[in-house]
Design a protein around this ligand. Structure first.
Ligand SMILES: Cc1ncc(COP(=O)(O)O)c(C=O)c1O
Length: 326
């Protein structure tokens, strides 16, 4: 936290932090995996930190630490916690100081937190597929915000969509863009299989430029599949032969039902790509080893902190699963 290693319970902020009031922060969701060939390793670490830097620039937040320093501090943090695999949450936000919307003199605080966090949509979801629902709220539009930035305030949109669909008994929300074309999940990009081709919404659909999306596109093409980035109409969700979501927190998750339209159990193309992607994450795919940033062996055998996704909010003083973003 701002250059120091701080115990979990002492990592607190002032109630007048600008980011708390106005959402003026940017963050990342990253994962470290225990790999077969490289030991604990962060997946596409530099790409994530580069996106953090760009998100900060887009919202006029000057990162007070170079990306390389954040990268090294993160690896040291993982070693000190004794984790072999974990979720990583860097966050840069305008802190306590000047108030009001234009507060250039308020400091930029930077934290990186790590904790063990299982599959965001559950192991069963990854195996059997999840049930998704198109949300009534649309994805933030580039007319008003910056869909390409991973900014804290923007996630009120995702929370609205996620809450609506969770309250309706579904596992995940699918958001349409401002034109009514398919955009993405509340914290994942989306792919559909149509006539054997893999189709995913492109950058003109207000998507977040997902790092898992990019990895999966490359894996699919390397496997010989055709991947097309184009507008996807809502009805194509129901007509799809297969569909899946991709994201750092969720990983690759098949969709088995959308809006009460049955797509069925995970199909073959989804399975093949999911399996190769899992190989890449765990260092079993020679051709993707360059995506791994080795952390080194743990320097402390500290027992892992509780998973905020699996214990009550009161126990750890953290939001429960589903509100941490991805
Ligand atoms: C809104 C949104 N879309 C897509 C994604 C997937 O991006 P990535 O694969 O980089 O985690 C995320 C997660 O970061 C997200 O929050």
């Amino acid at each position: 936290m701002n250059g120091e290693f701080v115990p979990w319970d002492e990592a607190n902020v002032h109630v007048l932090s600008h980011g708390l009031h106005y959402g003026s922060g940017v963050f990342e969701g990253i994962r470290c995996y225990d790999t077969d060939s490289r030991g604990p390793a962060v997946f596409r670490h530099l790409e994530h930190l580069d996106r953090l830097r760009k998100s900060a620039e887009l919202y006029y937040l000057d990162l007070p630490f170079p990306v390389e320093e954040i990268r090294e501090a993160t690896k040291e943090l993982i070693r000190r916690n004794g984790f072999r695999s974990c979720y990583i949450r860097p966050l840069a936000f305008r802190g306590a100081g000047e108030m009001g919307l234009y507060a250039p003199s308020a400091p930029i605080d930077v934290i990186v937190a790590v904790w063990p966090w299982g599959a965001y949509l559950g192991d069963e979801g990854k195996r059997e597929g999840i049930r998704a629902k198109v949300a009534s709220v649309r994805r933030i539009s580039p007319d008003s915000l910056i869909p390409h930035a991973k900014a804290s305030g923007q996630y009120l949109n995702s929370i609205l969509a996620k809450t609506e669909t969770a309250n309706a008994g579904y596992d995940e929300a699918i958001l349409l863009d401002q034109r009514g074309m398919v955009c993405e999940g509340s914290g994942e990009n989306i792919f559909v299989i149509r006539d054997g081709q893999i189709v995913t919404p492109g950058h003109n659909s207000s998507i977040l430029d997902g790092i898992t999306r990019k990895s999966v596109i490359q894996i699919a093409r390397d496997l010989g599949y055709t991947v097309v980035e184009r507008d996807v109409a809502r009805a194509e969700l129901y007509l799809a032969e297969e569909a899946f979501l991709t994201g750092t927190a969720a990983e690759l998750v098949p969709i088995r039902e959308i809006d009460h339209q049955e797509l069925g159990p995970p199909g073959e193309i989804t399975r093949v790509i999911q399996s190769k992607f899992e190989d890449a994450l765990h260092g079993r795919a020679e051709e993707y080893l360059e995506w791994l940033d080795p952390v080194g062996e743990p320097t402390a055998a500290t027992p892992p902190e509780p998973d905020p996704g699996e214990v009550s909010a009161e126990e750890v003083g953290e939001p429960a699963s589903g509100t941490l973003g991805s």
